[in-house]
Design a protein around this ligand. Structure first.
Ligand code: F6R
Length: 616
């Protein structure tokens, strides 16, 4: 939530900041702004409510001075409405020489604001962030040392913050600080960058440095220094970014969402790459870091939203293959209810961004209780990866559309890999069975591609539902979390009320919702799956049809029975029942995307949302 970018070097600060903000816009799009220090040492700022495109228009109408240092911000509003005044950067002090941007929430801002107001400071916004800008400016006026002033202030702050600050008396340095919010440095040739994540500067450099908790950065064009909040130097952790810039651009697709849905064969293929050998055996070297993993007596996933549904989908496979109890906890509920965990619990934190505050807080709690923590994360340099004992990266590439698609299929795949490794370690299934699963996993990228090749029909169908008031999703077993994910995608992208249900739960209440014409999307289990689940779900279809539902079925190729009852049917290729989630979710993603397009909505940046929820 909120994207920040900083630059110092020979390029035009304005163009580096704007391109960084465009890449970070998925983190929030309530307002955007930049500050630069011109060559004749004048601080200039432009900021506007609305998306980065509105700021770009403002810069065209009211050009900003050419400059080689600057900071930029795209906002997801917390304190104060999304207005021009509340947009960042905020100017500190009565001389208007300092500019500051902030991602996070300053929890003690009210008392700090009171103190400043009593001393005569006049505020121009309702934000918590402006308080910090004034504090640093006032402290600087006292100390005449920007770094000391910045340090004195950050030590007083409570809550979550990434802060970037420039001062026109010091046109050769950007100061930054972070606590509980993300920050990475990008290292270039005689130029350096700061960003909420590597997407901010991926166009210019792949050489990056992760900034740790409670650290301060002093960034100059040819050097950088990291210290703690007391000023003690801290060693930098450098890494190479594996994403390339083209992966974070639309590349001719009408939207990032369309591109990312189409990227899924590669996202899943890359997540499997090097981890399953050609004979089907699995090797997740990252898990070797988790000493005595096979001694864990249960697994608890902590995650939010789509990532939690991916964990739910993985749960079915892990329990079945590795015979270990698995539960999935919404991270924000887990953290605040004294969960029973100990050193025999393996906590797996699933997070695309690795910055979701709810998930991070759950992980910190689990660590404090002695649990082993494994992260499943898509973003290099993310806080989650730094705090967990070990990390398995999903290699889905940058996910820019706010609603998650390719990260989901990659997360489910990573969860299945974990299940497979545990099953090998625990010898819970014969090796021949495990190799068979490994080999079937390797077929998934091809099968996902087959689904995509035939998915246009699902898109066409979706257009007919633009006036729907509500859509229900039914699934059972592995398809239950897929139904939940399908419903979430529809809510997020098309603003249509949607609910996912376990098909078996239907008769226990939800069937009361079914009336004439009610659209219901049913994910039908494989005929090869558990017991008679296929027959049971086909019966469910008949029950809702009898009450007037309009049924769209997602069924496996060769299922000749379901079509007799459903109004529409979309086939996915055959696979092992536990692996079918990565296939059946694709038509649901396309359904939601095309419905959003049909309603003329912004499919990449749905209203009220931000990717990377970095506040609790
Ligand atoms: C929905 C979506 C969110 C995220 C959730 C967790 O489309 O994207 O529900 O899945 O906010 O985000 P990460 O995976 O970054 O922790």
């Amino acid at each position: 939530m909120c994207g920040i970018v900083g630059y110092i070097g020979p390029k035009s600060a304005e163009s580096v900041l704007i391109s960084g903000l465009k890449r970070l816009e998925y983190r929030g799009y309530d307002s955007a702004g930049i500050s630069v220090i011109s060559k004749d040492n004048k601080l200039e700022t432009r900021k506007k409510a609305g998306k980065v495109s509105v700021l770009v228009q403002e810069l065209a109408d009211l050009p900003i001075a050419p400059a080689h240092i600057g900071i930029g911000h795209t906002r997801w509003a917390t304190h104060g409405a999304p207005t021009d005044r509340n947009a960042h950067p905020h100017i500190g002090g009565s001389h208007h020489r300092l500019s500051l941007i902030h991602n996070g929430i300053i929890e003690n801002f009210a008392s700090l604001k009171k103190e400043l107001s009593a001393a005569g400071t006049v505020f121009t916004s309702e934000t918590d962030s402006e308080v910090v800008a004034h504090l640093v400016a006032i402290e600087y006026d006292k100390l005449q040392d920007l770094k000391q002033a910045f340090m004195v202030v950050v030590r007083r702050l409570e809550g979550a913050f990434t802060l970037l600050c420039i001062h026109q008396d010091h046109p050769d340095v950007v100061f930054a600080a972070r606590r509980n919010s993300p920050l990475v440095i990008g290292l270039g040739q005689a130029e350096n960058f700061l960003g909420s994540d590597v997407a901010a500067f991926i166009e210019y450099t792949k050489h990056a440095v992760a900034v740790g908790q409670d650290q301060i950065v002093e960034l100059r064009s040819g050097s950088f220094q990291i210290s703690d909040f007391e000023g003690n130097p801290v060693e930098a952790e450098e890494f190479e970014v594996s994403w390339d810039a083209s992966a974070a651009s639309k590349g001719g697709w009408p939207s990032f969402m369309a591109k990312e849905i189409a990227d899924q064969p590669q996202a899943v293929g890359d997540t499997l790459m090097g981890r399953i050998s050609s004979d089907g055996s699995v090797n997740l070297a990252e898990m070797a870091d988790l000493a005595k993993l096979s001694e864990a007596n249960r697994i608890v996933f902590v995650a939010c939203g789509t990532a939690a549904y991916a964990a739910e989908a993985a749960k079915y496979a892990i329990e079945k293959w590795a015979k270990i109890p698995v539960s999935v906890e919404l991270a924000h509920e887990f953290r605040y209810r004294d969960p029973v965990i100990d050193d025999k619990t393996l906590v797996i934190a699933m997070s695309q961004s690795g910055e979701t505050m709810d998930t991070l807080m759950a992980v910190r709690h689990a660590l404090s209780e002695g649990a082993k923590v494994l992260a499943v994360c898509n973003t290099q340099g993310a806080t989650l990866a730094r705090e967990a004992h070990a990390t398995i990266y999903t290699h889905a590439g940058p996910e820019v559309a706010v609603a998650s698609t390719k990260a989901f299929t990659a997360q489910v795949t990573a969860g299945q890999l974990i299940g497979l490794v545990l099953a090998w370690q625990r010898e819970s299934l014969p090796i021949v069975e495990l190799k068979k699963i490994g080999l079937e996993l390797l077929t998934l990228p091809r099968k996902i591609k087959e689904v995509l090749d035939t998915a246009a029909s699902m898109g066409e169908l979706a257009k007919g539902f633009a006036d729907a008031k509500s859509v229900l999703f039914l699934g059972r077993n592995i398809a239950y979390p897929i139904a939940l994910e399908g419903a979430l995608k529809l809510k997020e992208l098309a603003y249509i009320h949607a609910e996912g249900f376990a098909a078996g739960e239907l008769k226990h209440g939800p069937i009361a919702l079914v009336e004439n014409g009610q659209p219901v999307i049913v994910i039908v289990p494989s005929r090869l799956g558990e017991g008679s689940l296929h027959a049971k779900v086909v019966s469910n279809i008949q029950e809702i049809k009898a009450r007037g539902a309009r049924v769209i079925a997602i069924a496996e190729a060769g299922d000749s029975e379901t079509g007799d009852y459903a109004d529409e049917i979309f086939f996915i290729p055959e696979t092992m029942p536990l692996l079918a989630g990565q296939l059946s979710v694709i038509p649901l993603q396309i359904f939601a995307m095309e419905l959003s397009n049909a309603k003329g909505l912004d499919v990449d940046q749905p209203r009220n949302l931000a990717k990377s929820v970095t506040v609790e």
